[in-house]
Design a protein around this ligand. Structure first.
Ligand code: ADP
Ligand code: NI
Length: 214
């Protein structure tokens, strides 16, 4: 087996049984889209595929808010596989910077490989799949679908974003509807347009139905 095949098998097992929108198929979709972006952006396909496969193995949302768990777990795996130090550094750097940290928090992604993976991860949070994942996540963590008494918050720091979990519909203005303007590659930005339009339409329709207007 190649390193990519071994990594895929290990990652599949890692995400088995997830019902929060972070299952193996999320990883598989992110890989597919990231490789598509890599093609047009001229990025290194090997680094992009490895980072896409490993990007959620230690997500802070499932590790008591520990932001470094992801890169640590990925690094241990890659070291055990005897991967080149430079590649490990690059992949783990991408994983460290990947996550969304709040509306007012900038995240810096210095390489084109990282930008492809980050855009692909964000594309999977919008559009029809994004709607499905948001409600799966909310259900898994016991959140209400919507509560008109709880207004959305544009989080200014990562600590604030991490600590506050409101109703799932609030996640749309707090994060999902902001993602299209945070895309970092031209090809990712193009793909985000249609998905964003769908998300906006869903959001408006949801509120219209809630109010009994439609
Ligand atoms: P990120 O690294 O940006 O957090 P992930 O790949 O971990 O991205 O996935 C984020 C997914 O989890 C999105 O689809 C998003 O809708 C969902 N999610 C995260 N937080 C919430 C929340 N508070 N309410 C609903 N969905 C959420
Ligand atoms: Ni992800």
């Amino acid at each position: 087996m190649t390193l990519l095949e071994r990594t895929e098998a290990w990652v599949r097992e890692h995400h088995a049984g997830d019902s929060s929108g972070h299952d193996w198929w999320h990883i598989d979709r992110v890989r597919r889209v990231a490789l598509r972006l890599a093609e047009t952006e001229g990025a290194d396909r090997f680094v992009v595929e490895l980072a896409a496969l490993l990007h959620d193995v230690g997500d802070w949302k499932f590790h008591d808010g520990d932001e470094k768990a992801g890169s640590r777990i990925a690094r241990e795996w890659l070291e055990r596989q005897g991967v080149d130090d430079a590649v490990i550094g690059h992949v783990c750097g991408i994983i460290d910077q990947l996550s969304y940290k709040g509306a007012g928090v900038a995240t810096d992604m210095p390489t084109v490989e990282g930008r492809c993976v980050q855009d692909a991860d964000r594309l999977d949070a919008i559009g029809a799949i994004g709607v499905g994942r948001a409600f799966a996540f909310g259900g898994k963590f016991g959140r209400a679908m919507y509560d008109p008494a709880v207004p959305p918050v544009l989080h200014a720091t990562f600590a604030e974003y991490k600590s506050k979990g409101g109703p799932t519909l609030n996640h749309f203005p707090e994060k999902l509807l902001l993602l299209k303007d945070r895309m970092q590659t031209d090809s990712g930005r193009r793909m985000a347009l249609e998905r964003h339009a769908f998300l906006e339409q869903f959001y408006e329709q949801f509120l219209a139905e809630w109010a009994g207007r439609r």
